[in-house]
Design a protein around this ligand. Sequence first.
Ligand SMILES: Nc1ncnc2c1ncn2[C@@H]1O[C@H](COP(=O)(O)OP(=O)(O)OP(=O)(O)O)[C@@H](O)[C@H]1O
Ligand SMILES: [Mg+2]
Length: 237
Amino acid sequence: MLNVDKLNQFYGESHTLWDLSLDVPEGECTCVMGRNGVGKTTLLKCVMGEVAVKSGSLRYDGDTELTRKRIEDRSRLGIGYVPQGRQIFSLLTVEENLCTGLAARRDKQRGNGRRKIPERIYELFPVLKEMRHRRGGDLSGGQQQQLAIGRALVLEPRLLILDEPGEGIQPNIVAEIGEVIRKLNREDGMTVLLAEQKLPFVRKFADRFVILDRGRAVAKGGVDELSDDLIKQHLTV
Ligand SMILES: Nc1ncnc2c1ncn2[C@@H]1O[C@H](COP(=O)(O)OP(=O)(O)OP(=O)(O)O)[C@@H](O)[C@H]1O
Ligand SMILES: [Mg+2]
């Protein structure tokens, strides 16, 4: 679904991603792991076009080279993004927040009566339906994260990218989010790429992992290959 090959990225003079290669297979959940500051967000931003790539390729869906596409093309190609820190609109209601996602829907779905919030989102997150008239800023952190995911799902993406969805959220909601990711994979056939440092979450909900260390991919494989040794070496502080 997504093939990252020898990606190099710089912030000014600072070389942040080094010859980074990884594969995100269709219909699976792939998790990017690594300590703070190793480049997880930078990698996801490269995929979203929010930061420029120096060299390397980002091949999507077989033959689309993302590095040559504009930022706004991502949503039309079916890539949804939940940024780190959620970034919902605190003064808008839940429903209005979800509607902001509609603006990014692919052209073919416009104008044929489909410009409304897909019922699937309320099915996956019943709390968003209950609270649809509340302001985003009045929700708990966990509910805001669910809203941010809901907003990305409005465009019915084929690839969903999430940056640390479990950060600063109570464990029961993190588990609910994991279950939603599993449903998206299994029932909707959606491909998921996420950054996450929470090990139990990764072990339970991801199919494969990639560990980054100072901008390089130092280990990758199926989650069953995520050994205690790797964790000690690259993940514990
Ligand atoms: N806009 C920026 N300008 C310059 N340097 C940056 C910028 N954003 C990030 N960096 C640096 O790039 C490196 C990678 O940052 P990044 O945010 O990708 O890490 P991360 O793995 O997502 O960390 P975290 O787990 O804290 O979210 C860090 O050293 C960071 O300080
Ligand atoms: Mg980050």
